[in-house]
Design a protein. Structure first.
Length: 246
């Protein structure tokens, strides 16, 4: 009798486990469509500066890590969400998206293509790869973790008159407590963020600069009077405006 009861309990528990993990092809297809839409909405929230949509998609225990070992929690990531200036034509696109679903867990991998153009200037673009971990909680998918891996772009520095750099020298506030200091050192333009090493900014155009072996782009913007008043950074699917404070 004890053996019979044990077998019944085992079969009952086994059937419950199967009910939680086995999904029909139709359900899997429905989940894949929902996850693709969610990924596109999430990426779009960065481009629009839409924090309401971002908050809905991102879990409270969210973490983000890139290949440079920089770590951000949800609050830190949320600080950098803002729409790019209207003078910049920008786009963010998910490509090569692959989805694997394991019950209420999902792994999504893909590639983000970022493009930006100011007026008649040549278009600037770069790509990064991502791996997202998502959980379904109370019937709703949320992102709990993301890892970025940038694809090193092939960029070529152009020759500029170093006197152009004078207008770019100053301090730019990227986020509360994080300042990017731009300085001219001889014929070079350098950038140094709070608590970070100094890098040379290499010109890709008169307003666009990059750092060797680094995916970020830096675009200096002018106001209606022609004065440089902000620095736009584009990296890992984020377009962030840093206001000039000095």
């Amino acid at each position: 009798m004890r053996l019979l009861v044990a077998v019944v309990l085992f079969l009952a528990l086994f059937s419950i486990c199967l009910g939680q993990t086995v999904q029909t092809p139709a359900q899997v297809n429905k989940d894949e469509q929902a996850l693709r839409q969610l990924e596109n909405e999430w990426l779009g929230s960065y481009l629009r500066g839409d924090k309401a949509t971002w908050d809905r998609i991102v879990a409270d225990d969210f973490t983000s890590t890139d290949e440079s070992a920089r770590f951000r929690n949800k609050a830190q990531e949320r600080e950098v969400i803002q729409a790019p200036p209207s003078t910049i034509k920008a786009s963010l696109t998910n490509e090569d998206v692959q989805i694997r679903i394991y019950g209420d867990n999902a792994i999504v991998t893909g590639r983000i293509v970022s493009r930006a153009q100011l007026g008649s200037q040549p278009e600037i673009s770069f790509q990064s790869r991502f791996t997202d971990t998502l959980l379904r909680r109370r019937g709703r998918w949320q992102v709990v973790a993301r890892h970025y891996s940038r694809l090193p772009p092939e960029r070529t520095a152009v020759k500029l008159d170093p006197n152009i750099y004078v207008a770019y020298v100053g301090q730019y506030e990227l986020a509360p407590g994080f300042i990017i200091n731009v300085a001219r050192e001889g014929d070079k333009l350098t950038s140094q963020g709070t608590g970070q090493p100094k890098f040379e900014l290499l010109p890709e155009s008169e307003i666009g600069f990059f750092i060797k072996d680094f995916s970020a782009l830096f675009i200096f913007m002018r106001d209606g009077k022609g004065d440089v008043n902000q620095l736009i950074t584009i990296q890992d699917g984020r377009i962030i405006s840093a206001k000039r404070i000095k």
